[in-house]
Ligand binder design. Structure first.
Ligand code: NAD
Length: 484
């Protein structure tokens, strides 16, 4: 790859048991730059056999790794953290080239990704059991926390590095070993952090990375009984499939799935702050985030003023290659993504939506789409029930709090929700009524390593980050000692 300070970070092989490998079949997958359509790299398209080898390597490494001390694992994570930050610029560049997001956002993601490594380097020291008063005089009971075992980590393309560190750092902290299956759209970001895990001295077999198309790899990861845990971030459809496939061998599951976030603006809100919140929540990563505002609900009295203010900001967004200075919206990940966005816009227009403000100009090329604000959105439109995953801001109108809450909760998803109000009473009532795993009050950004991240309903199971993040990789064993 051109212009990397450290070209060794750009790998085109999979990582299995400390060896960089190609596919036995010789099959490959071509990775393209979404900004240009040009080939960026060619990665091995692994099958079941190599996936089994990666699981074996992880199982082999687990025998020793589970016995390492907390201090040893903390030191490995600290070194990995330092290396990720040291190579921030190269990692960001690889990410922008294969994923498309603006370079400034990619740099931000590297810092965010590293924050999980730091956080779990600190949390590892707090893994501890408890003692329990036994019901008999001659007994003692202690509760131990032990590493789950081999963890399979399956990640999406929208946050190609952070979704990996959010899972792998707590897994390592707990003493687990991992087999990572990154998205076929963004494997080079994963391989680059894999290189840095080696340089950090993380033992061979603790971090394995299998690349390629997902079906066969997924079947092995879910079917192999040596894998004790699956941590998946991606669509609800694939999450449900993995859950079914993993059911025969009863694996522990963490599922971070799709969302359909409501963003409610009440009539007593600070409107400028709310506009700022929509810009952050809706347009980051071109609207391709699981927590991005999908449905913007605005109270009728302030609807027109708010719509006008938002349209002014959206019209000024700069669309283009993520490498270009000042660009705020990069290319979308694929042609299929553009088609879904266009389908949602066409459907909304046919059902009465009204575009407001000028849409920003887009460069030539098939993977760009212009951001748009759509007024008069209603709940019959596709964009009310499906994740659009693009820079489309539909504005729904509501009369009162009850109606806003009813619309917000009328979705099978329950990941993130946002609302803006200056009333304390309303803040509590609405905050408690929203059926979502994460709620932002007067803020459009809720992702941080220190707080639990995850959803309810069909948005998933389990939590990542925060104090809960490490529990996902720990088993509880009660140890009963008799005859004392
Ligand atoms: P996706 O479900 O298509 O793919 C996610 C990962 O699963 C990829 O690595 C893919 O290769 C793999 N995969 C696909 N089919 C598989 C199979 N049969 N077996 C095993 N693995 C398989 O999702 P995506 O398009 O990459 O990402 C977008 C989705 O992810 C959106 O729905 C978004 O909301 C969700 N997401 C959720 C969170 C969260 O934390 N809740 C974060 C980011 C993205």
């Amino acid at each position: 790859m051109k212009a990397l300070r450290d070209p060794g970070l750009f790998r085109q092989e999979a990582l299995i048991g400390g060896a960089w490998r190609t596919a036995a079949s010789g099959k490959t997958v071509t990775v393209t730059d979404p900004a240009t359509g040009e080939t960026l790299g060619i990665i091995p398209d692994l099958g079941r056999e190599e996936t089994r080898e990666a699981i074996d390597a992880a199982e082999g490494a687990f025998a020793d790794f589970r016995r390492t001390t907390h201090a040893e694992r903390a030191a490995l994570l600290e070194t990995w953290y330092d290396l990720i930050l040291e190579h921030q610029e190269d990692l960001a560049r690889i990410m922008t080239l294969e994923q498309g997001k603006p370079l400034a956002e990619a740099r931000g993601e590297i810092v965010y990704a590293a924050s999980f490594v730091k956080w779990f380097a600190e949390e590892v020291r707090r893994i501890g059991g408890t003692t329990i008063s036994a019901p008999q005089r001659d007994r003692r009971i202690i509760v131990l926390k032990e590493a789950v075992g081999v963890a399979a980590v399956i990640t999406p393309w929208n946050f190609p590095v952070a979704m990996i560190t959010r899972k792998v750092a707590p897994a390592i902290a707990a003493g687990c070993t991992t087999v990572i299956k990154p998205s076929e759209f963004t494997p080079h970001s994963a391989l680059a952090v894999g290189v840095l895990s080696e340089r950090a001295g993380i033992p061979a077999g603790v971090v394995n990375i299998v690349t390629g198309m997902p079906a066969e790899i997924g079947q092995e990861l879910t079917g192999n009984s040596a894998v004790r845990k699956i941590s998946f971030t991606g669509s609800t459809r694939v999450g449900a499939l993995l859950m079914r496939q993993a059911s025969d061998s009863i694996k522990r599951l963490s599922l971070e799935l799709g969302g359909n976030a409501p963003f409610i603006v009440f009539d007593d809100a600070d409107l400028d702050m709310a506009v700022e919140g929509v810009m952050a929540s809706k347009f980051r990563n071109g609207g391709q985030t699981c927590v991005c505002a999908n449905r913007i609900l605005v109270q009728e009295g302030i609807y027109d003023v708010f719509a006008e203010k938002l349209a002014v900001r959206v019209s000024a967004l700069k669309v283009g290659s993520g490498l270009e200075e000042g660009v705020q919206i990069g290319p979308m990940i694929s042609r299929a993504a553009i088609e879904k966005i266009e389908r949602h816009i066409d459907d909304a227009l046919a059902k009465g939506a009204r575009p407001i403000g000028a849409r920003p100009a887009v460069p030539l090329g098939s993977q760009y789409t212009a951001p748009v604000v759509l007024a008069d959105a209603n709940t019959d439109m596709l964009l009310a029930s499906e994740e659009t995953f693009g820079p489309v801001a539909p504005l729904f109108r509501f009369k009162n709090d009850e109606e806003a809450i009813a619309i917000a909760n009328a979705t099978p998803y329950g990941l993130a929700a946002y609302f803006y109000t200056e009333s304390l009473k309303r803040a509590w009532a609405v905050g408690e009524a929203l059926e979502f795993g994460m709620v932002g009050l007067n803020t459009g950004t809720i992702s941080t390593e220190v707080a639990p991240f995850g959803g309810v309903k069909q948005s998933g199971l389990g939590r990542e980050g925060g104090q809960a993040g490490i529990d996902e990789y720990l088993e509880t064993k009660s140890f009963h000692i008799g005859g004392l």
